[in-house]
Design a protein around this ligand. Sequence first.
Ligand SMILES: [Zn+2]
Length: 164
Amino acid sequence: MIDSDDEAWMRKAVEVARSKGSDPSTSPLGCVIVRDGKVIAAERNQTHELPDATAHAEMMAIRRACEGIGELELRGATLYSTLQPCGMCTMASIWSKVGRVVYGAGRDDVHPMYFEAKHVDTLSFITDAYRDDIVIEGGCLAEQCATLYYGPDAELPAEEQANL
Ligand SMILES: [Zn+2]
């Protein structure tokens, strides 16, 4: 269940996302990883800056968190993301052994340009993982998070659509 602590951490993730500015074409995602009540990583996506196609906010945060604590596994940690993680980041969450993934806006709340596949919903990755100690919950400050992105029906030229 999402509670007020989760909302507080998500507000932090939104702040991290906004640190990049508010242009929805730059996919401003924020991710915060929390363990034992402390932030162990807070990153935004940096694909264009690096440049690195795998530098999604969640990937960057998982890397920083593992480096920071000097461990391969993030058991007991919660990963907060302003947008439903893509397939790559969902798999990275499974491999990094986080215990919980909480996201803000879901697939239906934003434009499809933020996702890699038309019909694959990454929620099933978690359901189908060998692990039974990982959960994913969406809708935490969903409306506030959705304002970071293009709406579901926004008419965008092809060159603005990151997934084409
Ligand atoms: Zn991703």
